[in-house]
Design a protein around this ligand. Structure first.
Ligand SMILES: [Fe+2]
Length: 227
């Protein structure tokens, strides 16, 4: 967890919230022996990237603090749930029963843990399950967009290395077949096609707020800056 603490030390978060995050990681089993340090580092990295995008767009410090807090907590419970499901299925339980037994949505867990509602809302805006909030129209909220695309950008092997969006989408297509094949909900388009389009649109939107000519140029700069 040394890497996580080093990243955490550079982020604008109050001592009280920092302690809350650490307590939550401990409760999820991410912390300590046999924990999931990669997930904790990924969370800190998403927080850092979302923060950088908000700073580049000169958003107020309150927006920066919100995306940082949301980034730090966004994948904690999901990983815990996955571990529980893996344990239950390896013990012979069917996948469906294991999902039911482990079920507790990320939002429920975070609220029970005392994370404020607006942070819980923001923290749910990552990945394909949040695309309804970004498609067919981008929301009128740069912090929401920064948070969403930051998770797409942190797609290296351990989730803490920045990547070019087109590489990330290729990686997702390869890893999750159904993301490329499920089309009914999106008028004939696949989840991954929509996710790729949304991510590009967000980067273009941020490029117009900054000195970068295109979203791709901004993406390339972020990769160089963070890796
Ligand atoms: Fe994530």
């Amino acid at each position: 967890m040394a890497q996580f603490l080093a990243l955490l030390g550079d982020l604008p978060i109050s001592t009280e919230n920092e302690e809350l995050v650490i307590r939550m990681f401990m409760a999820c089993g991410l912390w300590g022996p046999g924990g999931w340090p990669n997930t904790a580092v990924h969370c800190a990295k998403v927080a850092q990237v979302a923060m950088e995008l908000c700073k580049l767009a000169e958003l107020p410090i309150s927006a920066v603090e919100n995306v940082v807090f949301a980034g730090l907590v966004h994948d904690a419970r999901k990983s815990f749930e996955k571990a529980q499901i893996a344990q239950l299925t390896s013990g012979g339980m069917s996948k469906d029963d294991a999902y039911t037994a482990a079920a507790c949505t990320q939002a429920t867990w975070l609220i029970e843990f005392g994370i404020p509602d607006h942070i819980v809302g923001l923290s749910g805006l990552s990945g394909h399950t949040s695309l309804g909030g970004f498609y067919p129209e981008l929301p009128d909220s740069l912090p929401a967009m920064a948070f969403h695309v930051a998770d797409d950008l942190c797609g290296g092997q351990y989730g803490d290395e920045l990547v070019m969006l087109h590489d990330r989408m290729a990686q997702l297509r390869e890893r999750y077949d159904w993301l490329s094949n499920t089309r009914e909900e999106l008028g004939g388009r696949s989840w991954i096609d929509v996710q790729a389009e949304v991510a590009d649109q967000i980067m273009d939107a941020f490029a117009t707020q900054t000195v970068f000519q295109t979203g791709e140029a901004l993406n390339r700069w972020l990769v160089r800056y963070f890796n």
